[in-house]
Design a binder for this molecule. Structure first.
Ligand SMILES: Cc1cc2nc3c(=O)[nH]c(=O)nc-3n(C[C@H](O)[C@H](O)[C@H](O)COP(=O)(O)OP(=O)(O)OC[C@H]3O[C@@H](n4cnc5c(N)ncnc54)[C@H](O)[C@@H]3O)c2cc1C
Length: 375
């Protein structure tokens, strides 16, 4: 795979591996904010990093602990949103602090009635003078309880109740940055979930929060464009998370199967196990190639980004799900020990198929991109 990486990125990967071996001794009790700050202090995260390098970083850290990926993805996606869509003032206020890890961000659009179809959000912002008054209920906000700011979305046009509209007017959604720590914003306790537990996910209640209009990102009505742009990049980080996980389970499976003896020989001598290992190796390489292609497209072929980010997210996460199940099979009973690497990877990989858009939605995006020029 190094054949695809420029020398500077090979050095960068080595630097990350050195960081991991020095700083991450155990997968338990990792302080995510501190981890980000230490990566910044060592120059591994910097304002000058390319998008591709941030993807390499996500892949490497997720090989160590896949759940970290959701934290990284959220912070990187918020940085990209601010870089791409926010005013000079907001960039000045937040960009350096986010990159250094002085502040942590959360990206919150999902609501009880708006999951795959984010245009159905009911959070509402009413304009009074130069302030927005915001009320709403968000769910599944990653990084919620450790965040300092929230990039969120509200209806700013229609006040009709959801049952009165078959479909929301997508041009009525606006993006705002709000503080996480104030009395009008209540972040509920971390939602217990199947996997990716290290990154918190939270419900958020917003009651009569006044937001100065200078904290609006983009124009009124640009919300859906901004959200979809951010999620498209998030999908690439999600794919990187899956590739890191795949390389982790392959390494663990090779280690275990060559050490474990049954019926007088190592289980890796049996064809059944060899096939699992061969398929994992082949699919890891395929997944990584697609991931790097999508990450490369972000900087070189933006017109292909939407399709490639969905392809990478779909392929890498479904492949990770399939092979983490096989990895548990290779481990036998040992793979069922709750905190073992392969058991965690098995649970994490299922979660990866859901966030940043479910894999069914990725298929819709890919098909739409292909078919739109032929109808
Ligand atoms: C761990 C985790 C972290 C998350 N982090 C964030 C976050 O930081 N910020 C945020 O805003 N959101 C976040 N989410 C929300 C996430 O993006 C949504 O869960 C996801 O988009 C799916 O929405 P839903 O759960 O409401 O499922 P639904 O939309 O209810 O979907 C249910 C099922 O129906 C299928 N389906 C829906 N529509 C179609 C269709 N048109 N065609 C075919 N099938 C369809 C889906 O694929 C799925 O199988 C997170 C979710 C999880 C689980």
């Amino acid at each position: 795979m190094q054949v695809l990486l420029e020398n500077k990125n090979i050095d960068f990967k080595n630097q990350i591996e050195d960081f991991i071996s020095r700083n991450l001794k155990t997968t338990k009790d990792i302080n995510l904010k501190l981890l980000w700050q230490n990566l910044f202090k060592e120059g591994i995260i910097s304002r000058e990093n390319s998008f591709f390098q941030n993807v390499l970083l996500t892949e490497a850290l997720c090989k160590f602990k896949p759940g970290i990926g959701l934290f990284l993805l959220t912070q990187f996606a918020c940085i990209e949103t601010i870089r791409e869509f926010a005013s000079e003032n907001l960039m000045e206020k937040y960009l350096n602090k986010l990159i250094s890890g002085e502040i942590i961000s959360c990206f919150s659009i999902t609501e009880p009635n708006a999951g795959s179809d984010v245009s159905m959000i009911e959070t509402f912002a009413k304009k009074e003078g130069n302030k927005w008054i915001l009320n709403g209920h968000k769910i599944w906000a990653s990084n919620g309880s450790i965040s300092d700011i929230i990039i969120t979305f509200a209806q700013t046009k229609s006040v009709k109740a959801i049952h009165e509209l078959p479909q929301r007017d997508k041009s009525g959604i606006t993006c705002l940055i709000i503080p996480s720590k104030c009395k009008e914003v209540e972040i509920l306790k971390d939602t217990p979930k199947l996997g990716v537990e290290i990154t918190p996910s939270n419900e958020i209640l917003i009651k009569n929060l006044m937001v100065d209009e200078q904290f609006q990102i983009g124009n009124i009505g640009d919300g859906i464009k901004i959200a979809l742009g951010t999620i498209s990049l998030g999908r690439i980080f999600c794919a990187a998370q899956a590739v890191g996980l795949l390389s982790g389970i392959l390494e663990e499976s090779v280690k275990h199967s060559t050490k474990r003896n049954q019926f007088g020989k190592s289980i890796s001598d049996y064809q059944a196990i060899k096939w699992y290992i061969a398929d994992m190796t082949k699919d890891l390489d395929g997944a990584r190639l697609l991931l790097y292609k999508a990450a490369w497209a972000k900087e070189n072929h933006p017109e292909e980004l939407n399709k490639l980010s969905s392809m990478a997210k779909y392929f890498c996460t479904s492949t990770a799900q399939k092979h983490s199940s096989n990895a548990v099979q290779i481990f036998g009973g040992a793979g069922l020990i709750k905190d073992s690497y392969v058991a965690c990877a098995y649970r994490d990989s299922k979660v990866l198929e859901i966030y940043e858009g479910t894999n069914e939605i990725q298929r819709l995006v890919i098909a739409r991109e292909i078919l739109q020029n032929h109808s």
